[in-house]
Design a protein around this ligand. Structure first.
Ligand SMILES: C[S@@+](CC[C@H](N)C(=O)[O-])C[C@H]1O[C@@H](n2cnc3c(N)ncnc32)[C@H](O)[C@@H]1O
Length: 311
């Protein structure tokens, strides 16, 4: 196994991971915007789709959604806690007969024949966690897709603002009284993060040129010490992702940057919008349109979205 696979496996297999991930859209507005964008894209693209493969499917945000629409889904993930949580949600939704749960790493998809699934999807960065194999993994995902591919990966231009704004996640907290440990950490560490911050161009330039925000040697050393560091994540440029998909034969590619519009709105206003159902629906509609404009796709908050047809 490659080191990135082992690091991902340990990080995502922490026992509370499934439970925490399943809470995300109740705690952070950027996750609401991203999920709404992907959900809308998926639901608009189901013509002729009977089978789907969800690579790095997590706790089933999208695999369960498609199973509810009658599609046979293979829910594939490296993490048992994620799969367990997804199974629990699938049972609640009464769709277990339409989902096959498979534990595995995206780095090895040899079990699947060419064009095995009508739709292949992989959302919220699983592909990025396969560094340095991300291009080969995209090729494999395209190989097993029969009609359509939809993915979202870590975005380089979208992630760089984090390096000059260590409190960026605070902008998206939906409920400051939430007991979620990440929310409480964001709030309690805010002043300290600002106090300790100094602008340093060096890591920004390194990330801009390499697509890597972490120090690989440090991450590997932490892994060797028995810790569970955050997975190494490769951040793509929009033109780079488009060129890779084209090279593997994907046609009619379009890119989007879910969260690009929302990141321009301050927290107090975002919370107000989210707490009013009418404004919330209209805002999410507008975000989808704005964030689908190719000129802003790089500035998505966290992720770069791509979809295309298999030739
Ligand atoms: C941020 S979550 C996204 C989950 C889901 N796609 C969603 O959008 O809700 C990333 C998922 O990728 C999985 N993952 C990470 N590295 C992986 C790998 N190499 N192979 C398969 N799954 C992986 C993790 O276990 C986790 O469930």
């Amino acid at each position: 196994m490659y080191c990135s696979t082992k690091i991902s496996e340990r990080m995502w297999n922490q026992p509370d991971k499934g439970e925490l991930e399943a809470q995300r859209e109740r705690t952070f507005i950027d996750d609401i915007v991203q999920k709404a964008h992907i959900e809308r894209e998926l639901l608009q693209s189901l013509d002729g789709i009977k089978t789907a493969f969800d690579g790095g499917a997590g706790c089933g945000r999208f695999s369960v959604l498609l199973a509810r629409r009658g599609i046979q889904v293979t829910h594939f993930d490296i993490s048992q806690p994620m799969i367990d949580k997804a199974k629990e949600i699938a049972e609640q939704e009464g769709v277990t007969d339409r989902i096959a749960f498979v534990k595995g790493a995206l780095e090895d998809l040899t079990a699947y024949a060419d064009r095995s699934f009508d739709l292949v999807m992989s959302f919220d960065s699983p592909i990025s966690y396969t560094y340095p194999n991300q291009e080969r993994v995209i090729g494999e995902l395209v190989r097993i897709a029969g009609k359509r591919i939809m993915i979202s990966v870590s975005s380089r231009l979208g992630a760089l603002p984090y390096l000059a704004n260590p409190v960026q996640k605070n902008q998206f907290i939906l409920d400051k009284d939430s007991k979620d440990p990440w929310v409480q950490w964001c709030l309690s560490s805010r002043e300290q993060m600002i106090e300790g911050f100094a602008f340093n161009e060096e890591p920004l330039l390194k990330a801009y040129h390499t697509g890597l925000l972490c120090d690989i040697e440090e991450t590997e050393a932490a892994y060797e010490r028995g810790e569970a560091p955050w997975s190494i994540s490769y951040h793509f440029m929009p033109d780079e992702l488009e060129a890779i998909l084209k090279r593997f034969g994907v046609r009619n590619i379009s890119l989007a940057g879910p969260g690009a519009y929302a990141r321009t709105v301050p927290n107090e206003i975002l919370v107000k919008i989210m707490n009013d159902p009418q404004q919330r629906a209209a805002f999410l509609d507008f975000c989808h349109m704005f964030d689908s404009n190719p000129y802003v796709c790089g500035m998505g908050k966290d992720n770069l979205f791509a979809k295309g047809e298999i030739a």
